[in-house]
Ligand binder design. Sequence first.
Ligand code: MRU
Length: 318
Amino acid sequence: MTSPVRVRYISCRTHRDVARAIRDMSIRGAPAIGCAAAFGMALAAKERPFKRSKDLTVQLEKARLCLGATRPTAVNLFWALERMARVYKNPKILNLPMALEQEALAIHTEDRASCHAIGDAGARLLPKKAVVLTHCNAGALATAGYGTAVGVIRSAHRQGKIKRVYVDETRPYLQGARLTAWELDQEGIPYEILTDNMAGHILKTEKLDAIIVGADRIAANGDTANKIGTYSLAILAQYHGVPFYVAAPFSTVDRATPTGAAIPIEERSVEEVVKFRGFSIAPKGAQARHPAFDVTPAKLITAIITERGVFSPRRLLR
Ligand code: MRU
């Protein structure tokens, strides 16, 4: 777990610990949630000694429901749980705890590799001395490592291509200011934080080469759910003629969801809007809303950068 001043690791010993960590956002970011849920299933298989494999399957189904009930929008969670279910439903597998651990490790390893491939594919799209803007945190802390949108920035930085990164602070949870800025700091990548309402002015008055964001779920038609505020950025990008890139692994693509309208949007506590670290920033009893994600229509997305290459959103599933 990170804050701008402290790095602390949390030990999860049971699938319930993992579910709690996802729900309270100690683990957040779509690919990281998927990886964690997979390890939660591997832990569930070891929590009690079972005499009969039928009992273990019942326990695993309960664990799957518990982990699946944590956060609704990031499809990587359900993708990873489905992969783990294919393992424990396979009657040919005798040592389920070991097989589940191996599958979780494979999901983790594959996600890291995907991030590096996304980073390299995305870096090719950027010019020299690039000025880019990113929203929320789609970095190492949101994935198995390296990051998706931040992975693109890291790869481009290694090629000497990054002049500056604008980091949206990302109200109300401040993933940009707290996490992305911290990650860029660690990497020595030059950045400046913007409050979210500054993006329009910056796009109007300065030359930006790209906006790069992550994704929590990409519908079959390319509509993309990501952190609240992404949609407004995409509209600004189109108005100002700035390429708008989504960087995500294929585990974020949800073939079963035809369009963005069917993506479930998490509504979080309004406390996160009216308070900051327990301190009220609005009148007592103030009403507020807190949709945690929004959906950017495919037509506003220039390209989706994946581990399999760069696609126009409409061609992603062809
Ligand atoms: O609510 P969060 O912090 O889990 O939201 C995270 C995002 O919206 C990220 O941009 C997305 O999950 C992509 S992470 C590679």
